[in-house]
Design a protein around this ligand. Structure first.
Ligand code: HEC
Ligand code: HEC
Length: 325
């Protein structure tokens, strides 16, 4: 944060300096100085002013987000909560938070001690490091209260209240209070494993400007309390499955495709294809990773994780994907 604040101050001073030069040039006696100097310095002023504005905005949203205090909360940790948390974490979190294999990618297996630098791996390292944290009690979460951990998932800020840049782009604000509690209950039961790599995010000034300019999309505000739709085979509950099943994280908030962004290429709309399938064909595709035309999903589509959805959740997902968003 300090580095970015200093860079921001320097850019601000340069912007003021360029503004002063513009003013001087415009008031100059000689016509050519007026025109060439005024245009050149004027343009520079505009560019520097824009960098100051968006950089400042990015610094404000990342280091000074307005979020409530963590709730006073003690998670009971019942067997039901732990089982539900097991299901959710091994669908929603393991894809990024598992330890890193020899190929530099997450192993998608336990332990969940993190270490994956997602921004470097996915080619947007210029925004700064974004390294998935250790979710076992061997890492920073051991020092978090249940309320602080609840606030991480609902409001996407860390213990100090700084924005979690990458997490803020995921739809975890829509997880119900009950499900967030279940996730916490389960994470507390994991055996503690250490992670020696530096985790968490460290935005570069370019990253702060891009956040300020909204180039990653806006982070969703979390409500104080969230209740899930009634569990069952319905389109409404299917939308909720698409939230913790992560489909909406990649395929857009309506699971109707997402355009290319600074974070990667466009993701297609799954609905036209799913619309041509019956429920059994859809389940078969999601369990085997092979589309009905015999072509396997590419590695960019994490069907191995989605294949762990229960029969009812897959049926609800099918209902959602075959209903107009
Ligand atoms: C697409 C990748 C991705 C997924 C999925 C994901 N995370 Fe994260 N998570 C990250 C990254 C990257 C960070 C590092 C901080 C940042 O940039 O947001 C992080 C940080 C965290 C932190 C540390 C918070 C802190 O205070 O520093 C917690 C806790 C966490 N994630 C929990 C979860 C849980 C629980 C889930 C599943 C519901 C989950 N995450 C799903 C990528 C992910
Ligand atoms: C990590 C990002 C990611 C997640 C999570 C994800 N997908 Fe995908 N999905 C993709 C990408 C990328 C493609 C396109 C792959 C290609 O053909 O290049 C894709 C392709 C598909 C397709 C095939 C579309 C077509 O017409 O070829 C379907 C269907 C699909 N996804 C459904 C789902 C469902 C359902 C979920 C949630 C259970 C899900 N996806 C979760 C990234 C993701």
């Amino acid at each position: 944060m300090l580095t970015n604040l200093i860079i921001w101050l320097v850019v601000l001073i340069l912007a003021v300096g360029a503004g002063w030069l513009t003013w001087r040039a415009v008031r100059a006696q000689r016509m050519w100085v007026k025109i060439a100097g005024g245009l050149g310095a004027g343009l520079l002023t505009i560019v520097l002013a824009a960098l100051t504005f968006f950089g400042g905005k990015g610094i404000a949203v990342t280091y000074f987000p307005s979020v409530p205090a963590p709730p006073a909360l003690t998670v009971a940790g019942t067997p039901e909560q732990i089982a539900r948390g097991d299901y959710l974490v091994n669908l929603s979190c393991i894809g990024c938070h598992s330890s890193v294999g020899a190929d530099g990618n997450p192993t998608e297996a336990h332990p969940l001690n993190g270490g994956w630098n997602i921004s470097q791996a996915e080619g947007f390292g210029f925004v700064g490091d974004m390294v998935a944290d250790n979710l076992t009690p061997g890492g920073k979460l051991a020092g978090y209260t249940d309320g602080e951990l609840f606030r991480v998932l609902r409001h996407r800020v860390d213990k100090e209240g700084d924005l979690l840049a990458f997490m803020s782009l995921l739809p975890t604000a829509q997880l119900s209070d009950d499900d967030v509690q279940s996730i916490i209950a389960y994470l507390r039961t994991l055996p503690p494993v250490e992670q020696t790599a530096v985790t968490g995010d460290k935005l570069s000034f370019v990253g702060a400007i891009m956040f300020g300019a909204g180039m990653f999309g806006a982070s969703e505000k979390g409500a104080e309390s969230v209740v899930a739709p009634a569990q069952g085979v319905s389109a409404e509950y299917g939308k909720y499955v698409a939230t913790y099943g992560e489909c909406r994280g990649c395929h857009g908030s309506d699971a109707a495709g997402a355009p290319a962004s600074a974070m990667g290429p466009a993701v297609p709309n799954p609905r036209p294809l799913v619309g041509t399938l019956n429920l059994d064909q859809f389940k078969e595709m999601m369990r085997t990773g092979v589309m009905p035309d015999g072509v396997a999903f590419p590695d960019t589509m994490p069907w191995q994780i989605a294949s762990r959805l229960t029969e009812d959740d897959l049926a609800a997902l099918y209902a959602y994907l075959t209903t107009e968003p």
